[in-house]
Design a protein around this ligand. Sequence first.
Ligand SMILES: Cc1cc2nc3c(=O)[nH]c(=O)nc-3n(C[C@H](O)[C@H](O)[C@H](O)COP(=O)(O)OP(=O)(O)OC[C@H]3O[C@@H](n4cnc5c(N)ncnc54)[C@H](O)[C@@H]3O)c2cc1C
Length: 405
Amino acid sequence: MKHHPLRIGIAGAGLGGLCLAQGLARVGMDVDVFERDAGMHARAQGYRLRIDADGQRALAACLAPDRYALFRHSATQAQGAPRWIGPDLAPREERRPVNWRATGGAGDDADTEPGDLAVHRQTLREILGDGLQDRIRYGHAVVAVDVSGAQAASAGTLVTDDGQRHAYDLIVAADGVASPLRQTLLPHAAANHLGAYTVYGRTPLDPACAAALDARLLEGVTVVFGAGLSLIIEPMRFSAPLPALAARHAPGCTLSPADDYLYWAFLGRAETLGVAALEDDADAAAWLAGLRHTVRDWHSSLRRVLDLADPRSISQRAVRMPDTVPEWPVGAVTFLGDAIHAMSPAGGLGANTALADAASLAAALATVRERADLRGALRAYESDLRARGRAALQTSLAGTRRLLA
Ligand SMILES: Cc1cc2nc3c(=O)[nH]c(=O)nc-3n(C[C@H](O)[C@H](O)[C@H](O)COP(=O)(O)OP(=O)(O)OC[C@H]3O[C@@H](n4cnc5c(N)ncnc54)[C@H](O)[C@@H]3O)c2cc1C
């Protein structure tokens, strides 16, 4: 493949950073990814992700066709219609979010406006990391960028925690909600704590679970509206064992196995979730005890989702969002994903917007024929990033308010 003139350094091997690296590697660009974690599986990062039409288009643009086919086939099987209910299981159709999107199925073809696909986060990360093993430097946290050097106009040096310096034509901060690069370069653009938390986990979808729960909870997505909080429940049933799907659709890619499970996530303020007295880093058992107390009067089927949950699977996160996507001068560093527009999980938009950012930046950089074109490409990308990011922040904030009502 023809050698591309640009060298790109990416901080963060999350969903957005890896998707960008895939898109750039496809056009022969020289790209390195620096990741703080010791490896792809160093920590649990969540379970179910809904990938909407924008996210699917971005993945189709950045991934090689066999990896994209594997992504679609790894999604869970098509499910029944979503349900909006109260803690007593009675319908609350009037609470249906205006922007709710239909669910597609694993083998569906991508048409003009495909339904959402529900994928296992670890599976998507494994597909996004496939083929990049030599380009990702795990265990290297980016601590600073130096843009003051005497290099060419828009070049910068990325500094890692072992003191090493790496020069690039462009540095992309894809280092997530607590982005050290955003905090240093754009300190006014902080992602503010909205006062809400999401607490999420999984319940094995085994015969004991199937026997104990109302069957409708196992048919499709259910959103339960409680007082000042909400609970989303979604069955994750894979069409075949994930390693076998990889062997069939993208033989070079290795996928870890995952058993079917029921994904659940609460969203609420600490007080309404019953965890007000807990520190952010309280252990999962304490969060689980708080949630059990909160749902003590709910329908027994909903209580059993928690009773049968895998206690090791439970995590919590403060919900953080910035006011807007800020402006910054076009230069040696750009941003994507949660690093610049972290979102509440309420709208299911954070990952989708990060993937769309990655595809947009990869497409802009692919037009660069010589280094002098870089500024124009960045201007185009950053204007698109701001328009999409600001719209997504608004939708996500509105969705969060509805779920906390
Ligand atoms: C419970 C829950 C459910 C969600 N569900 C959905 C959903 O269904 N659909 C959806 O669209 N979104 C969803 N989201 C949001 C989604 O997870 C994020 O928006 C998405 O992961 C953002 O991708 P990213 O690449 O920007 O950041 P991340 O995926 O967070 O990646 C950032 C990476 O940077 C690394 N890093 C951090 N600091 C450094 C450093 N100094 N140096 C090097 N590396 C560093 C991190 O270790 C990480 O690997 C959900 C979030 C939560 C919490």
